[in-house]
Design a protein around this ligand. Structure first.
Ligand SMILES: *[C@@H]1O[C@H](CO)[C@@H](O)[C@H](O)[C@H]1NC(C)=O
Ligand SMILES: *[C@@H]1O[C@H](CO)[C@@H](O)[C@H](O)[C@H]1NC(C)=O
Ligand SMILES: *[C@@H]1O[C@H](CO)[C@@H](O)[C@H](O)[C@H]1NC(C)=O
Ligand SMILES: *[C@@H]1O[C@H](CO)[C@@H](O)[C@H](O)[C@H]1NC(C)=O
Length: 384
C-alpha cells in the first residue's frame, strides 16, 4: 500500500542509506590503496568498443567477447567460448525475457554487454569482505543471514523457476535476496552458483532491485564473487548484463511481475533469463560441481550485521497475510535431470525458515499435485 506515510518513510530510508553509503565510500583511502584499485579496475574493465549510460547511472560497456575479464582466470586461459549450449530444455525457450533496457542499447556482433565496475564497487566489495557479507549469501553457511527457503537434496543438473520481483525496504549494509542456489560439496569447500534478484544498496549504491549472481568453488573463501567482480562468468549476451535494474516490480495487491531464471548444466553451467542465455560458468571453475549439483535451494535470504535489525524479504508481507497478488513466490520450479525438466514432489522438499516470527515460507495449498509453489517473505525488523 503506497500511502503517503509509507512513501515518506521510504524517502527517509533512502536518504539515510545515501548518507550511510556516502560515509562508507568516502572512508579514508590511502594513496597506495587508490593506486591498487586503479590497477585492478584496468584489469577488470577491458577497453570498450562502445559504451552506454543508463538512467540509473550505470555504465554498460561492449567488450570483445574473447577479451572479457573471465579469461584472466588462470584455468580459462585456453577456454574456447561457447555461444550456445548444445542441449537445453525446450520449455525454457518459451518464456519471454523482460525488457530491461531501451532497444537502442545493444552491443555489436562479436562483443558482449557488461556493466562496468567502478572504484566505488571495489570499495564496497572490500567492505563486504570485511563485514563477512559475501560468506553470508548461502542458506547453508550463513550465520548472519535469515532464510525462508525450500531445499531439494538430490542429484541434479540444474533447475528453473519463475519468481515475482519486489523491492523490499533494505538499508545498507543490509541486503535482501530472492535466489535459486545450486551447490555440492562439504561446507568448507562448497561449490555454489546462485542467481536471482536482490536489493543490495551497499553493492549497487541505490535502493534498486537488480539481477545478481554469485559463485564460489571453495565455500566462499578465496574463489568466486558477485557478477563480474572476478574472472569466472563468461558473458555471451549483447543486450542483458548482470547487475541490471529490474524496474518492473510487483505491486502489493496489484499486478505481479515475474522473471524466469534457469541454471542448466550442459558441459558448463548456463544462466538463462526467460529465453535468453546471459552466459555461463565454465565447468573448470568447480570441483564438486564439475559434473552435477547435489542440492537446489530456492527462496529468500536477508543479511544484516549482528545486533542490527534485519530487512524485509520478498513483498515485505507474510504469506499468511494473503497469497494471491500479495506474497513473494517461486512458481513452476522444475529440476533438470539432463534429459527432462521434472516437478519435484512435495516429499522431496524440505522447508526451512530461520526465524518464523520475522519470515515465513509455505507451499501453496490445493494446487495441482504436479507443481509445488513456494510462498515466502516477511517484514523482518528482527535481530538475528
Ligand atoms: C581459506 O583459504 C586460505 C588460503 O588458501 C586457507 O589458509 C584457509 O584455511 C581457508 N579457510 C577455510 C575455512 O577453508
Ligand atoms: C485489494 O484489492 C482489491 C481490489 O482489487 C480491494 O477490494 C481490496 O480492498 C484490496 N485490499 C487491500 C488490503 O488493499
Ligand atoms: C490479482 O491481480 C490481478 C491483476 O491486477 C487481478 O486481475 C486479480 O483479480 C487479482 N486477484 C486477486 C485475488 O486479488
Ligand atoms: C524424459 O521424458 C521422456 C518423455 O516424457 C521419457 O520417455 C523419458 O523416459 C524421460 N527420461 C528420463 C531420464 O526420465
Amino acid at each position: 500500500m503506497a500511502t503517503a506515510a509509507t512513501r515518506a518513510m521510504k524517502t527517509v530510508l533512502l536518504l539515510l542509506s545515501v548518507l550511510i553509503m556516502f560515509g562508507l565510500s568516502h572512508a579514508v583511502i590511502s594513496e597506495e590503496e587508490n593506486l591498487e584499485m586503479e590497477r585492478q579496475l584496468k584489469i577488470i574493465n577491458k577497453p570498450p568498443i562502445k559504451s552506454f549510460k543508463t538512467d540509473y547511472g550505470d555504465i554498460l560497456d561492449c567488450i570483445d567477447i574473447y577479451k572479457q575479464h573471465a579469461f584472466d582466470h588462470p584455468l580459462l586461459k585456453d577456454h574456447k567460448v561457447q555461444t550456445r549450449p548444445k542441449h537445453v530444455p525446450k520449455s525454457t525457450m518459451e518464456s519471454e525475457s523482460p525488457r530491461l533496457l531501451p532497444d537502442n542499447i545493444k552491443c555489436p556482433p562479436g562483443s558482449v554487454l557488461i556493466r562496468r565496475t567502478t572504484k566505488e564497487d571495489l570499495i564496497m566489495a572490500n567492505k563486504m569482505k570485511t563485514l563477512g557479507l559475501n560468506h553470508a549469501t548461502n542458506p547453508g553457511v550463513a550465520p548472519d543471514a535469515n532464510t525462508a527457503a525450500v531445499r531439494y537434496t538430490k542429484h541434479n543438473f540444474g533447475a528453473r523457476t519463475t519468481m515475482n520481483v519486489w523491492g523490499p525496504t533494505t538499508l545498507p549494509p543490509q541486503a535482501s535476496f530472492a535466489n535459486l542456489w545450486l551447490s555440492s560439496g562439504p561446507s568448507e569447500k562448497l561449490n555454489v552458483i546462485q542467481a536471482g534478484w536482490a536489493v543490495f544498496p551497499l553493492f549497487f549504491h541505490s535502493h534498486t532491485t537488480r539481477l545478481l549472481t554469485y559463485w564460489t568453488g571453495d565455500g566462499y573463501n578465496t574463489t568466486g564473487c558477485f557478477n563480474y567482480n572476478c574472472p569466472g562468468f563468461v558473458q555471451i549476451n549483447r543486450k542483458i548484463s548482470l547487475g541490471l535494474v529490474l524496474d518492473q516490480l510487483s505491486v502489493y495487491n496489484g499486478t505481479q511481475r515475474d522473471i524466469q531464471i534457469s541454471l542448466i548444466k550442459n558441459a558448463n553451467w548456463w544462466l538463462q533469463l526467460g529465453n535468453q542465455f546471459i552466459g555461463y560458468w565454465p565447468q573448470r571453475l568447480f570441483s564438486y560441481m564439475s559434473d552435477h549439483a547435489d542440492n537446489a535451494v530456492w527462496g529468500g535470504l536477508v543479511i544484516s550485521p549482528p545486533n542490527e535489525l534485519s530487512p524485509a524479504m520478498g513483498s515485505g508481507h507474510f504469506p499468511k497475510d494473503g497469497l494471491q497478488n500479495k506474497s513473494a513466490y517461486f512458481k513452476n520450479t522444475q529440476i533438470w535431470d539432463g534429459t527432462n525438466l521434472t516437478y519435484p514432489s512435495r516429499d522431496q522438499l524440505v522447508l526451512s525458515v530461520s526465524r518464523p516470527d520475522c519470515y515465513e515460507a509455505q507451499f501453496a495449498p490445493g494446487v495441482a499435485p504436479t507443481t509445488v509453489d513456494l510462498f515466502y517473505g516477511g517484514p523482518g525488523q528482527c535481530h538475528i
